[in-house]
Every structure is written in structure tokens, then in C-alpha cells.
Design a protein around this ligand. Structure first.
Ligand code: FAD
Ligand code: SF4
Length: 524
């Protein structure tokens, strides 16, 4: 073998640069399923099944196209061959492949995990082999583009990076100006459903499991029986065809209302107007350009309003590229950031959904069932609660990386540690996303079905979010005082009588103590 062409589980990209110089006579594609990728965090069954099924479908497609693929299937029981210190790891599987196939060099596209990149480099060095690393052409930008944008700026903000990309890639532009005369239609994109609720919602198109997926579902149920989640409803797209049909279904039926209801939540309605495309995008079954183009085409055809289309494009061309830039610009030190010195354990209900707080019960419950929650549930329910409580950001990160079908570290970590926990001290977000239960009340119907009252901070009926919000402001007052954007919130805190603040803080301490009693996390 000349080149061992490494294709990782999140690199299922037909157009990948790794195939440009592929020599079918001498090169071999290497892919491996290893348990370590499901056990280094306590991975949700849906997340593991999604990756394995998409990988197997991609393998079959490569083989049908006449390419040689050395593929390691995860055995139902450990075969011991790739074990290191009790764990089966990707690095050990790669060493095993090098021993068997004796390549002259290795090639890989820039991975989605710093840890995996480090492993690949280490294994290549130990084996005395060259490792060719290619930029990932799936993305609009490279980490170097982001680093160049960040260079010399005191603060990097999504908005300016996004505008640069709109211009550079000519997306929703009209002779140098943004289409519609504004870069941003956020004001139109903050709607709630009100008392009436969302009405009868059309459910997203299902991608029904074929035999390959069914075999994976059986394997995951056997091998990872005690991991969180269930596979009965598994319907994620695992092929390019399924992913494109899911995209068409979204653009036609949900995109027109995506903008307006982007931040809204409703009990037992996990999908609402969201696209459900993150997992297919992140393993590269879908290219972000085709997703953006489909949305822009719907605008030009008069099928979706500009605010919805711009809001959607901003997520993909903006946020998705931006968080990747933050990740590669700041790893590996980013993983250890803990600006607020948070050290609480993660409450046990994150792994069970068993809590009397209705919003958390719904958001965690659907997460455990489907491996999915939409952005505002992740940011302003599970994320907000952890930040206000003061949970160690590393534990919060491990939870998010484990439980979402779309979780890959480059996108999960900046969103969790930066945007939701403010543990990076403001790299990702200009201020902490902190709010009382009243925010959740405004954006959902959760509070109507809850034993707590979002307006109260003290007493048996006090909403824990509201109690912890004031406690959070009081605890971090000095740090936050330097931030202009927090001025209003701190002013409101200062209006409270000292007795009231003291009572709130006692109640917050009691809550923290009670939630810390349960074990942090069941271990695999
Ligand atoms: P939609 O609401 O339909 O949005 C469209 C697309 O935009 C998404 O598919 C996604 O590709 C992209 N997008 C939207 N918001 C973001 C964002 N903040 N960062 C990057 N891309 C974005 N997204 C992941 O893909 N993987 C993760 O592991 C992940 N972890 C998160 C953790 C936290 C704490 C938070 C607050 C957000 C996280 N996100 C993550 C971002 C976002 O919540 C998900 O991309 C989105 O909910 C996926 O559902 P959807 O495809 O229906 O998205
Ligand atoms: Fe959540 Fe508080 Fe509303 Fe209950 S009252 S649903 S805990 S925000």
C-alpha cells in the first residue's frame, strides 16, 4: 500500500479532497468503528447509531465505486485487538492497520477533534510515516481564514465575520449591499406561539431505517445497552439521498416559519420549524453550500420570506463557520477554560429527565429520547440552568458531547463552554446569556404546567431559574460590572433590598446543596 487514506466518522464527504489524488491501484481507504469514540463520553445510543450507520453506508458506496476500503466493524463484544488501558481507541486501531497494510504514508483531512488530530500525528510519528494533512473543503472557510480575521482585533464577533463571508461568497448580496438593505432581521425572528400554541404541526419527513441501519441499531442496543437514549424512533438521514430529501422537506414545509419561531419552545414538540440538518451536515452528507443555496432559492422563488432565509443562512454561513474558527484558534487550552470558577457537579436529572422543573423535564426528556433539542432549549434551558447553578463547564461539555446526535467537538465545545456557560470569559459571546424563568415563560408554554412560578425568587414556589439568576448576578457582580452590556441587569439587582438578596442567596445555596447530593453522572 502506498497511501493509507484515513476517512473518519465525520468525513463522509463524496467531494472530499482526500479522493483527489487517490490511486486505486496502490492506495487503500481506512475506516474504523471503535468503542472508545462512544465511551470517552457516555455517548447517547442515537449518536453512536447515527455515526455507525452513516459510516457503513458510505463504505458501501465507496466499494460500489470500485475503491478498496479497509473497514473495521465494531464487534458485538470487545475483540481486545484495539485495546489500550481497557479502552478501544482510534489510535490503537490505526496502529493495527499500519501493521497489517504497511503503508508508505498516511493521509487525512483536518479532523473535527483536536484529540483525534493529536492521535493521528502521534501514531504517524511513532510509525515513522509521513502524515499528509489536507484542509477540509466542506467548510466555506479554513481555520487560517478565521485566524487572519481575528488577528489584531481586540474582540472577534460573529456579526463582522459573517458580513465578510456574505460578501466573499456573494450570498444574499445585491451589488455589494445586503439583500433587503439590512444584514440582520433578528427583531422579526423572536416570535413566540402565544396562548394559542403552534397549532397542528406537520411532522418532518422520516428517514426509515434500512437493513444496514437496523443491524447497527441491534449492535448498539447490545454493545451499549446501559448508555442513555433509545433507538425505537431512529429516523435520522444516514445517506446523501436521505439527507437531500430531508433538506427539501425542510425548505418546503418549515423554512418559511423558521425565522419567526426560531427561539420558541413548546411542550412535546421537539422539531417545530427547525431543519434537523445538523447531524447530516456535520458528517458531511450535506454540503453547507447546497443547504444555503436551497434556502436562498426559496427566497428568490417567493416561497420563504427574507427574515427566515437570512436567519437560517446566518446559522450556517455565520455561526457554524465562526464556532469552528474559535475552536481551532484556541484549542487545546480552550477545553480548560473556566472563567467563572464554576465547580458544581452536573445534577443527576440531566441523565434521567426526572425533575419537577417542567422546562428541563421537556428539554432533557426529548434529548434522551431523540438525541435532539433545538438551539434555544440547549442555550436557554439546559445550558442556562447549568451556568446559573455554577456547574463545572467540563462536566457540562461532556454532557452535550454525549447526548446530541450532531455532537462533534469542534462545534459542540465553543457552543457549550463559550456561548452557553461563558467559561471562555467572552470569546464567543459578548455577555453571559443569563435570564430568569420569565424568559422561558415568554418563549414557551412550560411554566403553565410547572409547580414553580417564574416571577418568584424566594419561597416554595420560587422558580429555580429566577432564584439562581439573581444569585448569579450577585456572585459575579465584580466581574460583570466591567461589561457595559450587563449594566441594566446589575442595576436591577442593586434595586433589591439587601435582605431580599440575602434570602435569595440562602435559597440558591440550599438548592445547590440539594442538587449536588445526587451523583454527578452514571458511568458507562
Ligand atoms: P436549525 O435550528 O435548523 O439551524 C440550522 C443549522 O444551522 C443547523 O443544522 C446547524 O448546522 C447550524 N447552526 C445553528 N446554530 C448553530 C450554532 N450555534 N453553531 C453552529 N452551527 C449552528 N450544533 C451542532 O451541530 N453540534 C453540537 O454539538 C452543538 N452543540 C450545542 C451546544 C449548545 C450548548 C448550544 C447552545 C448549541 C449547540 N449547537 C450544536 C448549535 C445548535 O443548537 C444546533 O446546531 C441545532 O440545534 C441543530 O438543530 P437543527 O439542525 O434543527 O438546527
Ligand atoms: Fe422552568 Fe421555572 Fe418555568 Fe418551571 S417556572 S417551567 S422551572 S422556567
Amino acid at each position: 500500500t502506498k497511501t493509507l487514506t484515513i476517512v473518519l466518522g465525520d468525513q463522509l464527504d463524496r467531494e472530499s479532497a482526500i479522493f483527489d489524488d487517490f490511486d486505486p491501484q496502490h492506495d487503500i481507504i481506512w475506516m474504523a468503528e471503535v468503542a472508545g469514540e462512544s465511551t470517552h463520553v457516555w455517548s447517547h445510543k442515537v449518536r453512536t447509531a447515527f455515526f455507525l450507520s452513516a459510516m457503513r453506508h458510505f463504505r458501501d458506496e465507496l466499494r460500489e465505486a470500485g475503491r478498496r476500503v479497509d473497514y473495521r466493524e465494531l464487534p458485538a463484544k470487545s475483540d481486545g485487538r484495539t485495546k489500550v488501558g481497557g479502552e478501544e481507541t482510534l489510535a490503537a486501531a490505526l496502529r493495527d492497520a499500519i501493521d497489517r497494510l504497511k503503508p508508505e504514508r498516511l493521509a487525512v483531512v483536518h479532523p473535527g477533534y483536536w484529540r483525534v488530530q493529536d492521535d493521528m500525528r502521534r501514531v504517524a510519528e511513532e510509525a515513522g510515516l509521513e502524515l499528509v494533512e489536507l484542509d477540509d473543503s466542506h467548510f466555506y472557510t479554513t481555520p487560517a481564514d478565521f485566524a487572519a480575521h481575528a488577528e489584531g482585533r481586540k474582540q472577534v464577533r460573529l456579526e463582522y465575520f459573517y458580513r465578510e463571508l456574505r460578501k466573499r461568497f456573494n450570498v444574499l448580496m445585491d451589488e455589494g449591499d445586503p439583500v433587503g438593505g439590512a444584514w440582520n432581521f433578528d427583531k422579526e425572528n423572536r416570535g413566540a406561539f402565544g396562548k394559542k400554541g403552534p397549532g397542528a404541526l406537520r411532522q418532518p419527513r422520516r428517514s426509515n431505517p434500512d437493513n444496514t441501519t437496523q443491524a447497527v441499531v441491534d449492535l448498539v442496543n447490545e454493545r451499549f445497552a446501559d448508555h442513555p437514549g433509545e433507538l425505537d424512533d431512529f429516523d435520522w438521514p444516514v445517506t446523501v439521498g436521505d439527507a437531500r430529501r430531508a433538506l427539501t422537506d425542510f425548505v418546503k414545509h418549515r423554512l418559511p416559519d423558521f425565522g419567526n419561531y426560531q427561539d420558541a419552545m413548546w411542550t412535546d414538540q421537539p422539531w417545530l420549524y427547525h431543519s434537523r440538518l445538523s447531524a447530516a451536515l456535520n458528517v458531511k452528507l450535506l454540503n453547507p453550500r447546497e443547504v444555503v443555496e436551497a434556502a436562498v432559492a426559496a427566497y428568490h422563488a417567493g416561497d420563504a420570506p427574507l427574515a427566515a432565509v437570512e436567519g437560517f443562512v446566518r446559522q450556517i454561513l455565520g455561526w457554524r463557520e465562526y464556532v469552528r474558527g474559535v475552536y481551532w484558534n484556541h484549542m487545546p487550552a480552550y477545553l480548560d477554560r473556566n472563567t467563572l470558577g464554576a465547580d458544581q457537579p452536573l445534577p443527576a436529572f440531566y441523565w434521567t429527565g426526572e425533575t419537577d422543573m417542567a422546562c428541563l423535564r421537556d428539554a432533557v426528556g426529548q434529548t434522551l429520547r431523540y438525541g435532539y433539542a433545538h438551539h434555544i432549549q440547549r442555550l436557554m434551558v439546559t445550558g442556562l440552568f447549568a451556568m446559573l447553578l455554577g456547574v463545572d463547564p467540563r462536566r457540562v461539555h461532556e454532557w452535550y458531547l454525549a447526548v446530541y446526535v450532531d455532537a462533534i467537538e469542534w462545534v459542540e465545545l465553543p457552543n457549550t463552554l463559550g456561548m452557553s456557560q461563558y467559561a471562555d470569559g467572552g470569546l464567543m459571546a459578548s455577555k453571559p446569556y443569563c435570564a430568569t424563568g420569565k424568559y422561558i415563560d415568554r418563549m414557551s408554554n412550560y411554566c403553565g404546567g410547572c409547580v414553580y412560578d417564574p416571577a418568584k425568587a424566594i419561597g416554595d414556589e420560587a422558580c429555580p431559574f429566577t432564584t439562581l439568576y439573581w444569585d448569579f448576578l450577585a456572585r459575579h457582580r465584580d466581574r460583570l460590572a466591567g461589561n457595559n452590556r450587563m449594566a441594566m441587569q446589575l442595576k436591577n439587582l442593586d434595586r433589591k433590598a439587601p435582605d431580599e438578596v440575602a434570602a435569595i442567596r440562602r435559597q440558591a445555596d440550599a438548592l445547590r446543596e440539594r442538587l449536588a447530593e445526587a451523583p454527578d453522572k452514571p458511568r458507562a
